[in-house]
Design a protein around this ligand. Structure first.
Ligand SMILES: Nc1ncnc2c1ncn2[C@@H]1O[C@H](COP(=O)(O)OP(=O)(O)O)[C@@H](O)[C@H]1O
Ligand SMILES: [Mg+2]
Length: 337
């Protein structure tokens, strides 16, 4: 039997371009190991899709309904806006080709920290207290915004609503610094989310599946900076900036609570294929922070490491993801529109 051909998408227009390329190269390697025929497609910072390597790379042209250059399935390994946010998923729907991971709606929802939190709040998922601020409101009536935010106290985290890798996030310890933090957030987005600071450990849990998702062992993020630091861009991408401890050093019943909440969050958000759900855990209290529909995906990234520690090696994980993508496509193509 000829092996299935998988097109791996890496790069993209977001600030996480380089991170995505590293993840995509690992995914391509793992898929080859699992026996797939892999072709790499790089999306440039300019948004152009190119197939092949370096100078030999050719710009691709895409035609709706015609698939993607003979590929059986696409594996988007893109982080942040224009990749993880439903836009590329929408394009793949138009091309009519199966793809790995969350669909358009779940991708867009999980990219938007405000909408995600609002949906989770309505589902009774425990989270930090937060406020939303639109740029137009901030520019029009900063005093009213600051008074509204006063209810959260300090410290708070000020974040652009739709970004990743901690880009644009500021931890504010003095109210005098709120103005600067909001200005930073609005350099990246027209909406900001301001959150009360959660105490305790950061714990992450990987999820795999479509209708009946499973959760990995939860892992704990231990920062080189110690308890005074937070998981900022530097901690994420400087070698040695963080250490993953699996399983997380919390009691067994708290680990089970994390796994259960990870699966519930995945389902409520309407995810498919895979995701990593991130938590704050303090004693018995477990709060959901966010859900990443395309988490970092090198062999040593948290997502794969957690499943590795749970008995699913990297190539098998990728193999399962490809199958889940095809399964979902087959299920959905029976619907009439
Ligand atoms: N409400 C919060 N309380 C405590 N720490 C937070 C809070 N929000 C964010 N952080 C810190 O900032 C990091 C990045 O925030 P997060 O919302 O996960 O953004 P990103 O999507 O960029 O990863 C978290 O991993 C954590 O270290
Ligand atoms: Mg995060």
């Amino acid at each position: 039997m000829t092996p299935l051909r998988v097109a791996v998408l890496g790069g993209g227009r977001s600030s996480e371009h380089e991170v995505s390329l590293a993840s995509a190269a690992s995914v391509a390697g793992g898929l080859r190991e699992a026996g797939y025929d892999v072709r790499a497609i790089e999306i440039g910072r300019d948004g152009v899709w190119r197939e092949g390597d370096g100078a030999e790379a050719d710009a691709m042209s895409l035609a709706p309904g015609r698939g993607l250059d003979g590929a059986d399935i696409v594996f988007p390994v893109l982080h942040g806006p224009f990749g993880e946010d439903g836009t590329v998923q929408g394009l793949l729907e138009c091309l009519d080709i199966p793809y790995v991971g969350a669909g358009v709606l779940a991708s867009a929802l999980c990219m938007d920290k405000l909408l995600f939190k609002e949906l989770m709040a309505s589902a009774g998922i425990p989270q930090v207290e937060y406020r939303a601020v639109r740029e137009s409101w901030w520019r029009g009536d900063p005093a009213a915004v600051l008074s509204d935010l006063g209810g959260l106290g300090v410290p708070v985290f000020v974040k652009p609503a739709r970004l990743g890798s901690s880009v644009g996030i500021v931890r504010v310890v003095s109210v005098d610094d709120l103005t600067g933090a909001l200005d930073t957030a609005f350099q990246h987005d027209t909406q900001a989310i301001i959150e009360a600071e959660a105490t305790g450990l950061e714990v992450e849990c990987s999820v795999l599946g479509n209708g009946e998702p499973i959760a990995s062992q939860p892992g704990e993020i231990m920062l080189a900076a110690g308890e005074s630091g937070w998981y900022d861009y530097e901690a994420k991408y400087t070698p040695g900036g963080m250490k993953l401890i699996v399983p997380a050093r919390v009691p067994e019943h708290v680990r089970e609570r994390v796994r259960e909440l990870a699966v519930t969050t995945f389902r409520k958000a309407g995810c498919c294929g895979f995701a990593r759900v991130d938590f704050f855990v303090d004693g018995e209290r477990v709060l959901v922070n966010e859900l990443n529909t395309i988490p970092g995906f090198t062999q040593t990234s948290v997502f794969g490491s957690l499943f590795e520690a749970s008995g699913i090696p990297y190539p098998e994980l990728l193999d399962r993801l490809v199958r889940l993508g095809i399964e979902r496509y087959e299920e959905e193509r029976h619907h009439r529109h």
